[in-house]
Design a protein around this ligand. Structure first.
Ligand code: MN3
Length: 255
């Protein structure tokens, strides 16, 4: 599979003054494009040619010899997600179910925003600050370098890139000011709400698929074939006993 740099979902100058066209030009057009280019070079030479981006991220993370593949694949995933999290038509705050769940998890929206900024600032060195949905409800997580929360089975709803290349041109060393602008002015809360709906639907779909495949497996002749093979491996009295049990089982199933 050849990966492509996704186009930005807005014009390069659309996020000004909070994120400049110059930052997006370099961040999207050079940094992200570079990850995609390196990833394509690496996967063409390795065992990942038929895998999706999500699969490559999950598989390569466990393989020390594939750490460069992991870094470039995960950075492609993270950046593609990051661009979608922002909009020039920001609504400044979510509503409905998303707001209710943020209030449940953090007390109120202001407390959530402060906690998000604090976590992003506390992430030492390069990394990412996330809002995720998981078994404990909505939570803020940070990850270092290229890592992301899908590696721990969590469902990302929102991310802010806190590598220096994300903010140095516009905010210099003031990461806090950058993340504050991001959370106050740039977040596409409609996208975050869509992601949240998907996490519920995703779980239901996965559960439905699991039950379906299990039912098909049980109904398949494969299961019966294996039982017959196992029974025939016995000899003498033991085999007679198994045949009787099988006969009784069939009669029981028929009634
Ligand atoms: Mn970046």
């Amino acid at each position: 599979m050849t990966f492509k740099l996704p186009p930005l979902p807005y014009a390069k100058d659309a996020l000004e003054p909070h994120m400049s066209a110059e930052t997006l030009e370099l961040h999207h057009g050079k940094h992200h494009a570079g990850y995609v280019e390196t990833l394509n070079e690496l996967v063409s030479k390795r065992k990942f040619t038929k895998k999706s981006l999500g699969e490559i991220v999950q598989i390569s993370t466990y393989s020390p010899s594939d750490s460069t593949v992991f870094n470039n694949a995960a950075q492609h995933w993270n950046h593609s997600f990051f661009w979608r999290c922002m909009t020039p038509r920001g609504t400044r705050q979510p509503d409905g179910e998303l707001m209710r769940r943020l209030n449940d998890a953090f007390g109120d929206f202001g407390t959530f925003k402060d906690a998000f900024v604090e976590s992003a600032v506390d992430q030492f060195g390069s990394g990412w600050a996330w809002l995720v949905a998981g078994p404990n409800g909505l939570e803020i997580k940070t990850t270092a370098n290229a890592k992301n929360p899908t590696l721990s089975g969590l469902h990302p709803l929102l991310v802010c890139d806190v590598w220096e290349h994300a903010y140095y041109l516009d905010y210099q060393n003031k990461r806090e000011k950058f993340v504050r602008s991001f959370i106050e002015e740039l977040v596409d809360w409609d996208f975050v709400a869509e992601r949240m709906k998907l996490s519920g639907e995703g779980n239901r779909l996965a559960a439905r698929d699991y039950v379906k495949s299990l039912t098909e497996f049980i109904k398949s002749e494969y299961v019966e074939g294996k039982a017959v093979e196992a029974r025939d491996a016995y000899e003498g009295d033991e085999r007679e006993e198994l045949l009787r049990a099988e006969q009784e089982g069939r009669q029981h199933a028929a009634t």
